[in-house]
Write a protein that binds this ligand. Structure first.
Ligand code: TRP
Length: 453
C-alpha cells in the first residue's frame, strides 16, 4: 500500500470473495441496522419502504455497476479516476470527498454508541423492557459530554488500527466472518420480534404503504437512504473497485451487493418496528429507536439467553459499522495519499484527527451544544443532511451523467463486459437508465425533497 503509484501496481484483493465481502461490508452497516428502521419509522413506514426499494432497483444496481466500472478501469481512487478520464469532472470527486468527510464526522459517534451498548449489556444495565428506563439510558448516553466522546474515540481507534494495516490484511479479514454471523443473529431476532404480542400492527406499518404519507421529503429521505446504505454517490465503490483485477465479473458483483444490503436493511426493519410497536415505543422517535427497542427484545428472551444475544448483537453491529467506516475513512485517506502526497500513516493520522474533531462537535450537539443550529438542525443532523440528501444524490447524478453522456457507450461496454468476454444481456437497458432515467429521476426527487418543485 505504501508504494501505491498512479501508474498501477496496485495491490489487489486476494480473492473474488475478498472484494465481495469488503464491498458488502462497506454497504452493510449502521445505515441498515440503525438508520433504516428509524427512518422508516419517522417517514410513515410502508410508503417510505417502497420508494426505498424502488430506488435500490432503479438507481442502486446501475450506479453500483457504474462506480465499479470507473474504479477498475482507472485503477485510481475517486478524484484521480475523474482526472484521468475527463478533467472537467474532477468536481464529482470533490463532492465525494466532502461527503466522506461529513460522514466520518458523525458515523463514529453512532459506532461509539454501539460499543457503549455492548458494555452496558455486559454489566446488565439494560436488562429491562420498560420504555421509560431504556429511553432514559439512551438519552443520558447521547446527551452526556465525556461518555459518548470516550466511546467515539474508542471506536475511531479501532478504525485507525485497521486502515493503517492497508487493504489486504485489514479490510478483507474483518469482513469474512462477521457478515454471516450478523445475518444469523438478525434472523433469530426477527423471529422473536414478529412473534411478540401485537407485532402484526408493526409489520403492517412497515409493509402496507399509506400513500397519504408520501411527500417530496419522504421520497428524498428514501433515496438518500438508498445511496447511504449502498455506499454510493461518493466514490467509495470506485476506490474499492480500483483494487479489483481485470478478470472479475462486475455485473454479478453489482447485483449481489445491493441484494445483500437490502436484505439486511429489511430484516433490521422487521426486527425493530414490530417489536417497537409491541412494547409501545414511539416509532417516530428517531436515532434512538434501535438502541431502546433491541434491549427490550433481549429482556423477553430471559436473563441468560437475552444477555448472550445482546452481547452478540452489539458486537456484530459494531463490527458491521467498522467495515463500513473503514471504507469511508479509506476515501479520505486515499484523498490525502493521491492528492496531497502523504504517506499512508500520515494520511490516516490526519483523516482520523479531523474525523474525531468533527465527531466531538456532532456528539456535543446532542447535549451541551444542542442550542447551536445550522439551518434549523443540530450539528449531527446537519452533517447527515448535507451528506445523505445533498452530496450523495448529486454525486450519483453526476456519475450517471458522466457515464451516460461523456464516458460513453463503448468505454462502458468494454469495461463492464471485460472487453466483450462476459455476457450482459441487459446492457442496453442499463445504459439507458444511466443516460436518462437516473439523472432525471434523481434531479426530480432532489428538487421535490428540498421543496423547489
Ligand atoms: N453504507 C454504510 C452503512 O450503511 C455507510 C457507508 C460506508 C457509506 N461507505 C459509504 C455511505 C460511502 C455513503 C457512501 O452504514
Amino acid at each position: 500500500m505504501e508504494k501505491e503509484t498512479k501508474t498501477g501496481n496496485r495491490e489487489q484483493f486476494g480473492s473474488k470473495l475478498g472484494f465481495i465481502l469488503a464491498a458488502a461490508g462497506s454497504a452493510v452497516g449502521l445505515g441498515n441496522i440503525w438508520k433504516f428502521p428509524y427512518l422508516a419509522g419517522s417517514n410513515g413506514g410502508g410508503a417510505f419502504v417502497l420508494v426505498y426499494l424502488l430506488c435500490v432497483v432503479v438507481i442502486g444496481f446501475s450506479l453500483m455497476l457504474m462506480e465499479m466500472a470507473l474504479g477498475r478501469n482507472t485503477q485510481l481512487s475517486t478524484m484521480g479516476a475523474y482526472r484521468k478520464l475527463d478533467k472537467r469532472f474532477t468536481f464529482i470527486g470533490v463532492i465525494g470527498v466532502v461527503a466522506a468527510f461529513l460522514i466520518v464526522g458523525y458515523y463514529p459517534v453512532v459506532g461509539g454508541w454501539s460499543v457503549a451498548y455492548f458494555f452496558k449489556t455486559l454489566i446488565g444495565e439494560l436488562s429491562t423492557s420498560n420504555p421509560e428506563t431504556l429511553g432514559g439510558i439512551f438519552g443520558a448516553l447521547v446527551s452526556g459530554t465525556w461518555a459518548p466522546i470516550f466511546w467515539t474515540v474508542v471506536y475511531m481507534a479501532l478504525n485507525v488500527i485497521i486502515v493503517i494495516g492497508g487493504i489486504q490484511k485489514g479490510i478483507e479479514k474483518a469482513s469474512k466472518v462477521m457478515m454471516p454471523a450478523l445475518f444469523i443473529v438478525l434472523l433469530i431476532l426477527a423471529v422473536r420480534s414478529v412473534t411478540l404480542p401485537g407485532a402484526g400492527e408493526g409489520l403492517k406499518f412497515l409493509f402496507a404503504p399509506d400513500w397519504s404519507k408520501l411527500s417530496g421529503q419522504v421520497m428524498l429521505a428514501a433515496m438518500g437512504q438508498a445511496f447511504f446504505s449502498l455506499s454510493l454517490g461518493m466514490g467509495c465503490i470506485i476506490t474499492y473497485a480500483s483494487y479489483l483485477g481485470k478478470k472479475e465479473n462486475l455485473v454479478s458483483n453489482s447485483l449481489n451487493i445491493p441484494a445483500i444490503d437490502t436484505l439486511v436493511a429489511i430484516l433490521s426493519g422487521v426486527v425493530i418496528i414490530p417489536a417497537a410497536v409491541s412494547f409501545g415505543f414511539e416509532v417516530t422517535q428517531g436515532p434512538g429507536l434501535v438502541f431502546v427497542t433491541v434491549p427490550a427484545i433481549f429482556a423477553t428472551m430471559g436473563p441468560v439467553i437475552g444477555r448472550i444475544f445482546g452481547l452478540m448483537f452489539f458486537l456484530l453491529v459494531a463490527l458491521a459499522a467498522l467495515t463500513s467506516s473503514i471504507s469511508l475513512l479509506e476515501v479520505v485517506v486515499a484523498f490525502f495519499i493521491d492528492e496531497i502526497g502523504f504517506n499512508r500513516k500520515k494520511a490516516v493520522a490526519t483523516s482520523s484527527t479531523i474525523g474525531i474533531i468533527m465527531c466531538i462537535a456532532a456528539s456535543l450537539s446532542m447535549g451541551a451544544w444542542s442550542n447551536i443550529t445550522l439551518f434549523g438542525m443540530n450539528i449531527f443532523d446537519f452533517f447527515d443532511y448535507v451528506a445523505s440528501y445533498i452530496c450523495l444524490p448529486l454525486g450519483g447524478m453526476f456519475v450517471s451523467i458522466f457515464v451516460g453522456w461523456f464516458w460513453g457507450k463503448k468505454n462502458a461496454y468494454d469495461e463492464v463486459t471485460n472487453e466483450g468476454t462476459i455476457k450482459f444481456a441487459l446492457f442496453d437497458v442499463w445504459f439507458f437508465l444511466c443516460k436518462w432515467v437516473i439523472p432525471i429521476g434523481i434531479l426530480f426527487v432532489f428538487l421535490s425533497g428540498v421543496g423547489i418543485i
